[in-house]
Design a protein around this ligand. Structure first.
Ligand SMILES: Nc1ncnc2c1ncn2[C@@H]1O[C@H](COP(=O)(O)OP(=O)(O)OP(=O)(O)O)[C@@H](O)[C@H]1O
Ligand SMILES: [Mg+2]
Length: 244
């Protein structure tokens, strides 16, 4: 089995992420999800692998600035054709899926990030143009038309979108937003079962001290180091401080 390397997390992942896997990166606001995902793309470039960062809630110029803070010259890498940052429109699922596959193919990307799956889930309830296998699913049930779509259908929709992205064969980080102390790993409560692995980011505030933590909750095809590990965010991105 081939893996894509992720040096920043190597002590925890023991050799990287299995190629083609979909990994959920979950955490509350400000926990470091976007920075970790940018690092993943950057480390690919260092290894000769192109990458594409899809955003649903941010702007390209904003993300280029944010990457600068983590020591990444995104502007240069984009000009060199090694990475790209693409703003996706979540309102039309056909356009969105087409954009993802077009840009992955254009760059010959081996890595991609979708920031975030949670936003896509929010929009799932509003889609009129449904993917064929979802139309088939809807056809087999007594569900009402997609207006006011029920939670079960929204979940099925998200599952379908994830399997379509999986078919691209690109190793993917799916960003998942959580409220603090949620018992789930995603807002949709289905992606944690559909994905191949979960990296959970969190932080605790005690007095004036903020302690950031990372733990691997699931990794279907690799042996990971268990435990909750502290990390810091520096000008190099995320730096792990391993617990014994
Ligand atoms: N260069 C840096 N040095 C130290 N801390 C930083 C640096 N860059 C960002 N941070 C801190 O990292 C935090 C996490 O940033 P990030 O945008 O990755 O979080 P996130 O989990 O994606 O949040 P959201 O859910 O709001 O998108 C920021 O709020 C900021 O406090
Ligand atoms: Mg973010």
């Amino acid at each position: 089995m081939k893996t894509v390397l992720f040096p920043a997390l190597d002590p925890v992942l023991n050799g990287g992420i299995p190629e083609g896997d979909q990994i959920l990166v979950s955490g509350p606001p400000g926990s470091g999800k976007t920075i970790l995902a940018m690092q993943f793309i950057h480390e690919g470039v260092k290894n000769g692998e192109n990458g594409v960062f899809f955003t649903l809630d941010s702007e390209k110029s904003y993300l280029i600035d944010q990457m600068k803070g983590a020591g990444i010259d995104a502007k240069k890498l984009i000009e060199e054709g090694k990475i790209d940052i693409i703003e996706l429109n979540p309102t039309d699922i056909y356009v969105l899926l087409d954009d993802i596959s077009r840009h992955v193919q254009r760059l010959g990307a081996k890595r991609m990030v979708l920031d975030s799956l949670s936003i896509l889930y929010v929009y799932c309830g509003s889609y009129r143009n449904l993917p064929e296998d979802l139309i088939e699913f809807l056809g087999k049930t007594d569900y009402p038309p997609p207006i006011g779509m029920g939670t079960a259908v929204k979940k099925q929709m998200l599952y379908t979108v994830m399997s379509m992205i999986r078919k691209l064969g690109v190793t993917t980080l799916l960003i998942s937003e959580l409220s603090k102390d949620s018992r789930w790993f995603s807002r949709d409560t289905v992606s944690e079962f559909a994905c191949d692995g979960i990296i959970l980011l969190d932080y605790n505030v005690l007095g004036a001290t903020v302690t950031r933590t990372l733990s691997t909750v699931k990794m279907r095809r690799s042996k990971y180091r268990e435990g909750v590990h502290e990390f810091k965010i520096t000008e190099k991105g995320i730096e792990l401080q391993l617990s014994p």
